[in-house]
Design a protein around this ligand. Structure first.
Ligand code: COI
Length: 374
C-alpha cells in the first residue's frame, strides 16, 4: 500500500489577493488563531494506504460526528516554527526532530505510520508556498507556528484503532511568550492532579496530555500564576513546566555549577526539541563553566538549594514559550523568587536563548537551521 509521499503533492492555490497579512500584534491579539492561505492534508485508509497529499486553501475539515478522534482522542500533533532570518532567509529549526517525534506519537495512539522525511518535506512545501507572503523579507525576526496533526477519522464508535485517518498541517501566528514581564511564575500542581505517570503517555505529543491539564492551569491563573510546575510521585520529582520542559541552574553542596533537567527514561517527559538543543548546546559551549545533568530531582532539592543560596536560575524550554525565564516557584507554603536581570533569570538563560535565536534567525549558520528559501 502507498506510504506518505511528498513527491505526489498536488497544489491548488488560494487567491493570493483575497487575504492581507495582518501585522503580528493584530494577528496575535484576537480570540481566533489566524492561519496562512494554505494547508496540507493527506488521508489514510487501512485498505488503501496514504492518498497523494494536497496543498490547498486553508479551510474547515469535514468529519462525521462519530469520528474516532472526537470520542477516543485518537490524535497527536507537533509544533514547530518557521523563522524569517536577519540574513533574509526563511528557516525551520530541526524539523527532522519534530517529524521523528510525530511518528512516535502517531504509533503510540494507534494511528498510521509514515516516513518522517516525507512529513518534513510536506512542512517545507507549505512554507515554500506561504512563507514569502506571510514571513516577508521586510519582517526579519518574525515567525509562524506550524501545526502538523494526525487524527482518527473513521466513523466508528467501537473502541478500536481507527481504519481511517487524516494528516493536516497548518501555519499560524502565535504571540511571543518567551519574555513575560517579570518572568514566568510557576505554581506546583494540586496534590490530586498529575500530568503524566510511569507507564502512561506523557512522552508522546498527544492531545490527551493537554486538555486534562487545563483545570489545574486555570486554578493557578486565578491565583496569579502563569503555569503549573508538574511534580510526580510522593518524592515530588520536578517534571515539566506547563507544556514546556523545565531547567534549573544550581550549585551543588560541593560547589559544582550544574544545569539540571529531568531525564527521558521513565517516559514521563516530552523529548522537547528545545530541551534537546539546550542540553546539546550547553554540553558543547558551556563545558568549561557548568555540567549538564539529566537526572531525577525533587522540589525539595530545589527548595533546599534556594534556602542555601545555591539556586541560580530557572527556565522553561519549549517551542511555544521558547526559553522563558522563571521568576517565581510556589509550592505549598514555600515561595521561591529568582531575581530577574534585564528580563532574564540569569546569564546562562540569556546565553542559551541568544545562541538558539542566532541559529533560528540566521545570525549563525548552523545545521539545525534548515533553509526553506535561498
Ligand atoms: C510547545 O511548543 O512548547 C508546546 O508544547 C506546544 C503547545 C502550544 C501545546
Amino acid at each position: 500500500l502507498p506510504g506518505l509521499d511528498a513527491s505526489k503533492l498536488t497544489i491548488t492555490r488560494a487567491d493570493p489577493t483575497a487575504r492581507a497579512v495582518p501585522d503580528e500584534a493584530t494577528a496575535c491579539s484576537g480570540l481566533e488563531t489566524i492561519c496562512t492561505d494554505h494547508m496540507i492534508t493527506a488521508t489514510w485508509k487501512a485498505s488503501e494506504g496514504w492518498s497523494a497529499p494536497e496543498l490547498k486553501p486553508y479551510g474547515p475539515l469535514t468529519l462525521m460526528p462519530t469520528a474516532s478522534v472526537l470520542h477516543y482522542a485518537t490524535e497527536c500533533f507537533e509544533g514547530l516554527k518557521a523563522y524569517r532570518g536577519y540574513d533574509g532567509r526563511l528557516r525551520l529549526f530541526r524539523p527532522d526532530r519534530n517529524a521523528a517525534r510525530m511518528l512516535m506519537s502517531t504509533l503510540r495512539i494507534s494511528l498510521p505510520g509514515f516516513d518522517p522525511r516525507e512529513l518534513e518535506r510536506l512542512i517545507l512545501a507549505l512554507m515554500a508556498v506561504d512563507g514569502p507572503k506571510w514571513l516577508p523579507r521586510s519582517r526579519p525576526g518574525s515567525y509562524l507556528y506550524l501545526r502538523p496533526a494526525v487524527i482518527g477519522t473513521q466513523p466508528q464508535l467501537g473502541v478500536q484503532a481507527p481504519k481511517e485517518a487524516l494528516l493536516f498541517i497548518t501555519a499560524s501566528f502565535m504571540p511571543r511568550m518567551d519574555a513575560p514581564p517579570g518572568g514566568m511564575r510557576l505554581h506546583t500542581n494540586p496534590e490530586d492532579m498529575i500530568r503524566a505517570w510511569v507507564g502512561g503517555f506523557g512522552y508522546a505529543k498527544v492531545g490527551a496530555n493537554y486538555g486534562p491539564s487545563l483545570l489545574a492551569t486555570n486554578e493557578a491563573r486565578e491565583r496569579g500564576f502563569g503555569q503549573i510546575l508538574w511534580l510526580y510521585g510522593p518524592e515530588g520529582y520536578c517534571t515539566e513546566a506547563g507544556a514546556s520542559n523545565f531547567f534549573v541552574v544550581w550549585r551543588t553542596k560541593e560547589g559544582a555549577l550544574q544545569l539540571v533537567t529531568a531525564p527521558l527514561d521513565d517516559k514521563l517527559i516530552l523529548d522537547g526539541v528545545t530541551r534537546r538543543s539546550v542540553v546539546e548546546l550547553a554540553r558543547d559551549r558551556l563545558k568549561d563553566e557548568l555540567e549538564v545533568v539529566e537526572r531525577k530531582y525533587t522540589i525539595d532539592e530545589v527548595l533546599e538549594a534556594h534556602r542555601e543560596g545555591r539556586l541560580i536560575e530557572a527556565f522553561a524550554a519549549g517551542t511555544a514559550f521558547f526559553i522563558c525565564p522563571v521568576s517565581q516557584i510556589r509550592h505549598r507554603d514555600h515561595d521561591i523568587h529568582i531575581p530577574m536581570v534585564k528580563g532574564e533569570s540569569g546569564q546562562y538563560t540569556a546565553k542559551l536563548k541568544g545562541w538558539m535565536s542566532d541559529i533560528m534567525y540566521g545570525n549563525e549558520q548552523h545545521p539545525w537551521g534548515v533553509v526553506v528559501d535561498e
